[in-house]
Ligand binder design. Structure first.
Ligand code: 5GP
Ligand code: ZN
Length: 109
């Protein structure tokens, strides 16, 4: 089992989780791109957001609800799923980025 997020979820790689309930965990990104940069991750392994939507759509909704809960107090925040290497995905266990604490440009880089 090579998946880094699966190893974090099973505890094989010790990590500080800031959220752990039902089907979802959240933790701080190891290489933050904003003052707040959290990763919201389903415990079940799916490769990307589309796979969650096809197989467990309620988990997708719950991930956005967790994002709202964890963004509490931020005046605005950005949620991102990268799908595929060309879009910047580097960990192929689906995760929702929650970024906040600074202004963001558009279009994204
Ligand atoms: P992606 O590039 O797939 O959209 O996002 C993967 C994210 O996971 C990156 O922002 C990267 O910094 C983060 N990341 C990679 N390995 C680890 C890790 O072991 N622990 C944590 N907390 N974040 C990680
Ligand atoms: Zn995994």
């Amino acid at each position: 089992m090579e998946c880094i997020f699966c190893k974090i979820i099973t505890g094989d790689i010790p990590s500080k989780l800031i959220y752990d309930r039902n089907e979802i965990i959240a933790l701080e990104d190891i290489n933050p791109q904003a003052p707040t940069h959290l990763l919201i991750v389903p415990k079940k392994h799916f490769e990307n957001a589309g796979e969650i939507a096809e197989n467990n759509p309620e988990t997708l909704g719950e991930m956005f609800r967790v994002a709202k809960e964890l963004a509490n107090g931020l005046p605005g925040y950005r949620t991102i799923f990268n799908t595929g290497a060309e879009a910047g995905q580097s960990v192929f266990h689906a995760h929702l980025h929650l970024l906040g604490g600074r202004a963001f440009g558009w279009p994204p880089g």
